[in-house]
Design a protein around this ligand. Sequence first.
Ligand SMILES: [Ca+2]
Ligand SMILES: [Ca+2]
Length: 228
Amino acid sequence: MFADHGLECLESRRLFTGASVSHGVLRVVGNETNHNIITVNNSVDGKNVDVSVSWVTALKVKKNFSASFPKSIGFKKINISGGIRSDTINVSQANGSVGIKTRIESGRGDDTITTGGEADVIYAGKGNDVVNSGGGKDLVYGGLGNDNLSGGTDNDTLWGGNGADTVNGNDGDDKLGGVLGMNTLVGGAGHDTFVVTKLSNNPQNDFNALQDKLVSKEKASDTDAPPA
Ligand SMILES: [Ca+2]
Ligand SMILES: [Ca+2]
């Protein structure tokens, strides 16, 4: 039903809700215009990646897509996209980390994104988002809105972006981007790098000159926004 080659065209991609493997990438696409609950996790035996996408249409019709992809297919990346509404995206660790690089773009809406031990790149986009990137070396962009970003263990890079963001590096040597807006920056344990125009623009912070590094940026646009 979902032809792999159909994902190549942007128009097709927008109409498509579900998951498919193409060119070594497992793509999981939420419904463009409705709230999605997207879950990706290892199968119990760890041999497959199980995907579930649930949404409810404007006419209150409940829909669900689910599929189980054998890792033996050989995909090296998982790309997950949400839609324009609030999405809940969870790379569940219930059966252990999927152990595959994951990239998430949750789109507009107030999204909640939870990931785990794999290396994640997360673009939360417009809206007030909550991101918990778990273990692994993660790169998180809060984008527009007042976001709450939390890196788990390991060395994470977390960019608050526009808005009043709360950025928690937690364990590891983290890089915290508070260039734009009035933010709360908490590095937690480890040697953290605070990237700011001025630290005083981020009045709530745990910067410690004895173990942390301060990097001042004049132009916010250089550093605090995801690459185009
Ligand atoms: Ca969204
Ligand atoms: Ca955001």
